[in-house]
Ligand binder design. Structure first.
Ligand code: PLP
Length: 508
């Protein structure tokens, strides 16, 4: 009825019984394919499911049993397609040709056995060169182009079919990664930075005299050795004693015989020396408004690297280096490995305190090639839902692109609902509490509190500058929720009806 040419591809031998039974019942002759478990093993990370002991497909023995059973049921002509999938991110055309050649031999054997073969489906595996290195030895690169890939497949199939005198099949592919990787760019904001060195205290406030008085004999000896090394400008020895002194001071602090000022003084001393001899760690931590677990799960899960670059200030040379730390409380929520074997990224100084500072310029970064399959994999770890999505298409206009749709990411209320909580009930409970404990039940402050509460349930769980709810869809039917906008923080029950999402974006 739908006029679709459907092929039922057998993944397991038992499935054939169902196909035979149902097709007889319906009085149709199905088109059947078989997924073969190839012996060719893909060497990279994504090849763990391939080879003789691979996860998917039928073995040679099973394929032969399928052929026999189809013959018994007079249905061998229904067998028309051979499918296989070597694995994702196939690193080289030699491996590809090897696997396709093996599959082509199976195809020709099926023809010899009487199957009415027409199609060979080469599965996915067309890789992406994430780091641009064109390397065959890396999980994040491939050493071929689309043209090389296609030629390797066609040549391998043609050579085998010609040698066996078999008619060339239709070749189809199921590339996933190669089709969707480029479709999405994750744009995220760096909101603040910190460095491992937080700047020494002013020398005048170090209070060394007071500091020295409270040191133990061992610590005092370290301090004297440190001073002697400093006078003779032997800064390496200086740093050695400073670090030793620091350890002793930490012990003293833990015992309670040293105050915070003294501990800060010794930290500052170490930092001053490190700076003087140029060994202080220059790498900053950029705090990014993002969850790695939600938006870059493959970095966390399998160490996959994606190209990340600033998309602001491109006319300025980046002057500092940084790693990225996300909003989650998880210590794994950081990106400190980048393409090209780098452990930090060249970045620009943030103005003010980045996007969180109203006066500071926003600083956005982009993560590219994440279309396969980061968005689909991401969960709600730490209750961060997915990011807001802009659908952008090419257009003939002056900017060559158009923003078609803006879809806000899940609000705090949405995320709570996903975790089986009831935000409406939570809101009502808190509302009653506010009414019960406020002086007159209707004071401005209790209304403002209610609005703030409603606003935070309607807002996304990510950081937002100021009190803006502008990324928030005022969910229709969310009765009891208030909706606030930037200018007016007062109750505005009417605006709940405002179904238009408020979006502002800049055109590049
Ligand atoms: C059967 C099959 N076909 C196609 C694909 C897509 O693979 P890729 O993303 O490497 O192109 C997969 C992915 O796992 C698969 O299992």
């Amino acid at each position: 009825m739908l006029h679709l040419n459907t092929v039922i591809v057998l993944e397991q031998e038992e499935e054939l019984d169902t196909v035979i039974e149902v097709s007889k019942k319906l009085g149709v002759r199905p088109i059947i394919g078989a997924r073969a478990k190839l012996r060719t093993k893909h060497s990279g990370h994504f090849g763990s499911t391939s080879g003789e002991k691979g996860k998917f497909g039928l073995t040679t023995v099973q394929i032969l049993r399928v052929v026999k059973k189809l013959q018994q049921h007079d249905m061998l002509d229904c067998m028309q397609l051979l499918h296989f999938h070597i694995g994702s991110q196939i690193p080289s055309t030699s491996l590809l040709a090897d696997g396709v050649g093996e599959a082509a031999q199976i195809y020709c054997e099926l023809v010899r056995l009487g199957a009415c073969m027409k199609v060979i489906d080469i599965g996915g595996g067309l890789g992406i060169d994430y780091d641009g290195s064109k390397s065959q030895d890396s999980d994040i690169s491939v050493g071929y182009s689309l043209q090389d890939y296609a030629s390797a497949v066609v040549q391998a199939v043609r050579a085998i079919c010609d040698s066996k005198g078999v008619k060339h099949p239709v070749i189809c592919s199921e590339s996933g990664r190669a089709i969707v990787s480029h479709h999405s760019v994750l744009v995220f904001e760096a909101v603040s930075t910190s460095s491992s060195s937080c700047g020494p205290l002013q020398t005048s406030s170090l209070g060394f005299q007071h500091f020295v008085e409270r040191l133990t004999d061992d610590a005092l000896a370290d301090y004297r050795n440190f001073s002697a090394a400093a006078i003779s400008r032997d800064y390496d020895t200086c740093l050695l004693y400073a670090e030793q002194l620091k350890q002793r001071c930490v012990e003293q602090f833990k015992e309670g015989s040293l105050g915070m000022e003294q501990l800060a003084a010794v930290d500052s001393l170490c930092e001053l020396i490190s700076r003087a001899i140029g060994v202080s760690d220059p790498v900053r931590t950029y705090h990014v408004n993002l969850s790695i677990f939600t938006s870059v799960p493959d970095f966390w899960g399998i160490g996959q690297l994606f190209p990340i670059i600033p998309i602001h200030k491109l006319e300025e040379r980046p002057a500092v280096r940084g790693v990225l730390s996300d909003l989650t409380c998880d210590s794994d929520g950081k990106i400190d490995k980048f393409i090209g074997g780098e452990s930090s990224l060249p970045l620009h100084e943030l103005q003010g305190n980045g996007g969180l500072d109203v006066d500071g310029g926003a600083y956005y970064l982009g993560m590219f090639l994440g279309g396969a399959y980061e968005e689909a994999l991401g969960g709600v770890h730490n209750l961060f839902g997915g990011p807001s999505v802009l659908r952008v298409s090419q257009s003939d206009g002056p900017q060559s692109f158009a923003v078609n749709t803006a879809i806000p990411g899940p609000s705090c209320g949405d995320v709570l609902r996903m975790m089986q909580h009831e935000p409406e009930l939570m809101f009502q409970t808190l509302k009653h509490r506010i009414e019960e404990f406020s002086d007159d039940g209707g004071s401005i402050s209790s209304l403002a509190l209610l609005n703030g509460l409603a606003c935070s349930l309607n807002k996304m769980p990510y950081l937002a500058a100021g009190a803006t709810c502008s990324l928030t869809a005022a969910a229709a039917g969310n009765s009891g929720y208030y909706y606030c906008n930037d200018d007016n923080y007062a109750a505005a029950a009417d605006s709940v009806a405002a179904e238009e999402e408020q979006w502002s974006y800049c055109v590049a």
